[in-house]
Design a protein. Structure first.
Length: 531
């Protein structure tokens, strides 16, 4: 009953026009971000992100915990709130036209922060700063970031896991994320990368630090420590699978044991964090810190603020004045987003089925990809072939074309696709190649060297995009946004060449072979890709 009365009393203290404005904002945000958030909820179903379901409930609890302090500080609406709001709207268009969901999610956060700052003022916003910042943890990171981090964690966890197995006394050899135990091979897949536990552990570390009564440096160190803890414990899990495999067989790497070990490593990680907090409490200075929530709040429980809150409130719908321009911008964003088509599909100039199998002195043998892979990549068209020169040396040639790039359907970088299956991706950088045909010109492309045990490959790749040749995903995202805005086009392609370094040659010879093929294939590609 007391809790119910507390809720009613709290609601009564809030002016009626604030409810109307809040509902208006919620409807506008729903219209603008519904499509992106619907996709985000689908991602939450993946085991990598199912911790996100808890984040909104935690945020609501943290906000409710601050209700009395919020009411005891008067609101001071400010036009400064339009800065994060306008920045958020700009990010929305950058993400919407550039085809990146995460940019849109961050955009919604800046828009929300701008609205709160404009209506509440800085004093009130400081009180709820941590809960508002905590919202960011429910946004799944960009795919290319997640894939890169996951790959690095797989390789690092595999390396440490193999060291642990060898320390135990067993023979183990690693090639990338493949662990060879002699009697069997174990592959460290994405589910075992450790990233599935790292992100939730960081989120948990933030919450523990928020409620931890200790000095600021101790709380920061607590959060940072979640990274090495996650990597170490996950490596221990991989090592345990390798050691127990010889006794129990494949059962230790799948099914109940695999799921149970995943749950166990998270609980062990939590136990380590709690022990770490206990140790920190013993270290000087003792108990002289404040709970992070209180520090972040910056509360001034003065009688002055109490009196300000009790003064008569103007309950006009358009008060404060910041409400009007914010609402106008949100309505304009929604109308333009739904009424203007920024992505007209642009087909290839010529079908890749007509791509020649003979290029100068190179003879090609066309290949194909599984339908599963094609669906995963969301390709419009592709071409895959192995070309051989007169010395029977090969170049693998791959082109992926997208008629229109949108959120979740965009070009993938070889920097995140090529590594794996034991290949390490290194010595990456931009190089220049001079073309003679059809007119002399210089182009810049990416070059990388891949290694696996004694095998070495050299790869060239670039992104042809509406008459440009780009070398990284950040450039690609920006120009996709810009061309969607100015030309209503988001088509683009990935071109990738790979050649092995043969035993009787060095990397320089492989480079010369790739450059020769590149100089001959780009004039041909220009006939197939729209300019």
């Amino acid at each position: 009953m007391h809790q119910k009365n507390s809720i009613i009393n709290t609601m009564r203290k809030i002016p009626f026009n604030i409810y109307i404005q809040a509902i208006t904002y919620l409807i506008s945000l729903f219209i603008i971000y519904f499509d992106s958030y619907k996709t985000m909820l689908k991602w939450w179903k993946r085991e990598d992100y199912n911790y996100c379901y808890l984040v909104p409930f935690v945020v609501v609890y943290l906000l409710w915990e601050k209700r009395e302090k919020l009411l005891n500080v008067s609101a001071s609406p400010t036009w400064w709130g339009l800065i994060p709001f306008v920045f958020g709207v700009s990010l929305y268009w950058l993400g919407e036209l550039g085809g990146e969901f995460y940019t849109i999610y961050i955009s919604s956060w800046f828009v929300l922060m701008g609205i709160c700052l404009a209506h509440l003022g800085w004093r009130k916003l400081k009180i709820i700063l941590f809960p508002m910042a905590f919202i960011i943890t429910m946004f799944p990171p960009p795919n290319f970031v997640f894939n890169n981090i996951s790959l690095r964690m797989k390789l690092l966890s595999s390396k440490i896991g193999v060291d642990m197995i060898q320390l135990y006394g067993m023979s183990a050899y690693r090639q990338g994320n493949i662990i060879d135990l002699g009697f069997t091979q174990l592959q460290v897949v994405d589910a075992c990368s450790g990233l599935r536990y790292l992100i939730p552990l960081i989120v948990l570390g933030l919450l523990l630090a928020y409620f931890f009564k200790a000095s600021l440096w101790k709380r920061i160190l607590l959060v940072i420590s979640t990274i090495p803890i996650s990597i170490f414990v996950n490596s221990l899990r991989i090592a345990s699978v390798g050691i127990l495999y010889q006794f129990w067989g494949p059962a230790v790497a799948e099914g109940f044991f695999h799921d149970f070990s995943g749950w166990l490593i998270f609980m062990v990680s939590l136990g380590i964090l709690l022990v770490e907090m206990w140790i920190f409490k013993k270290l000087p200075p003792r108990d002289n810190g404040k709970i992070m929530g209180s520090t972040a709040a910056g509360i001034e429980n003065s009688q002055t603020h109490m009196q300000q809150d009790l003064r008569p409130q103007r309950k006009r719908f358009l008060n404060p004045p910041q409400f009007v321009p914010i609402l106008i911008l949100m309505v304009l964003t929604a109308v333009i987003s739904f009424s203007v088509e920024f992505r007209e599909k642009t087909p290839v100039a010529k079908s890749f089925k007509q791509f020649p199998e003979q290029i100068g002195g190179w003879s090609g043998y066309q290949g194909s990809m599984d339908l599963e892979i094609i669906d995963e990549l969301d390709l419009s068209e592709y071409f895959l072939a192995d070309y051989l020169n007169q010395a029977n040396q090969s170049v693998n040639f791959y082109v992926a074309y997208y008629e229109s790039q949108s959120k979740g359907e965009s070009i993938h970088s070889p920097a995140s696709c090529l590594p794996g299956s034991g290949w390490s991706f290194g010595e990456a950088g931009v190089i220049s190649i001079t073309l003679e045909k059809p007119v002399p010109r210089e182009i810049r492309i990416m070059r990388a060297v891949m290694k696996k045990a004694d095998a070495v490959q050299v790869s060239y790749y670039w992104f042809p995009a509406r008459g440009r040749i780009l070398t990284n995903l950040y450039e690609l995202k920006f120009f996709t946004f810009w061309d969607a805005l100015t030309r209503q086009r988001t088509d683009g392609a990935l071109v990738r060449l790979i050649t092995p370094v043969y035993p009787d040659e060095d990397i320089k010879d492989a480079d010369e072979r790739l450059q020769d093929f590149t100089k001959q294939v780009i004039p041909l590609l220009d006939q197939f890709l729209p300019s």
